[in-house]
Design a protein around this ligand. Structure first.
Ligand SMILES: Cc1cc2nc3c(=O)[nH]c(=O)nc-3n(C[C@H](O)[C@H](O)[C@H](O)COP(=O)(O)O)c2cc1C
Length: 203
């Protein structure tokens, strides 16, 4: 099969990673792929500019611990909300949580790299396209990834906001975690939905 189609078809959210670091040239290639995404133009200082995003790569263990500590309570509250609606999934996830070693990273799943895509708040479509390019490129290079919605909920931590250099009007897209996939436990596999057939109408 064509390699691009193969990467798109085989991409899945991976939630279990080996601790091995990712070589920096591979991270650069993945970021280049993210930077290659199409984007809406924006007017700034009399010019139309494209590619509204910027990237922050986190691989420092101390900083990632800060991210985990900031987002884990938010994750816990949201997961509690699942108890009544999807009790089986809730129990599976909580079992996984209990078995996990400290700091019980149920948000980034111990991936060695967390890649923040940061852009203007009103450029969600463009920035999401960049995120998808990143995930497909990662798959094609043998890496796992997933889009961590909870990972954007760090704006309550001033230290994190400062390190990410987040300014008024910007928001976080992703972040996307990257790492070499490890075998996934059954509990985590259960939050992997089966793909539905595409709904198509031809006119
Ligand atoms: C906007 C967005 C936010 C997401 N947030 C999370 C998240 O916080 N945690 C998580 O485990 N997966 C998250 N995901 C991944 C989805 O759960 C996943 O894409 C979906 O289950 C489909 O599975 P697949 O990626 O393997 O095809 C997110 C995906 C998107 C697009």
């Amino acid at each position: 099969m064509n390699q691009t189609i193969e990467a798109i078809m085989s991409r899945r959210s991976i939630r279990c990673y080996k601790p091995h670091p990712i070589p920096s040239d591979i991270i650069s290639t993945i970021i280049e792929a993210g930077n290659q995404a199409p984007s809406r133009g924006r007017m700034e200082e009399g010019q139309i500019l494209f590619r509204p995003w910027r990237f922050v790569v986190v691989d420092d263990p101390e900083f990632r611990l800060k991210l985990v500590q900031t987002t884990l309570p938010i994750w816990k509250r949201a997961t509690e909300g699942m108890k009544k609606v999807q009790p089986d999934m809730y129990e599976n996830i909580m079992r996984q949580y209990e078995e996990m070693e400290e700091p019980k990273d149920m948000v980034y799943h111990c991936a060695p790299v967390i890649l923040f895509v940061i852009g203007p708040a009103d450029f969600a479509v463009s920035c999401a396209l960049s995120c998808e390019n990143i995930m497909v490129a990662a798959t094609s290079l043998g890496l796992g990834s997933f889009y961590v919605g909870f990972g954007a909920m760090v704006t309550g931590n001033a230290e994190v906001v400062e390190a990410l250099e987040l300014v008024e009007g910007e928001r976080i897209y992703g972040p996307i975690v990257l790492g070499y996939p490890d075998e996934e436990s059954s509990a985590l596999a259960s939050i992997r939905p089966t793909k539905k057939e595409p709904e198509i109408k031809w006119i």
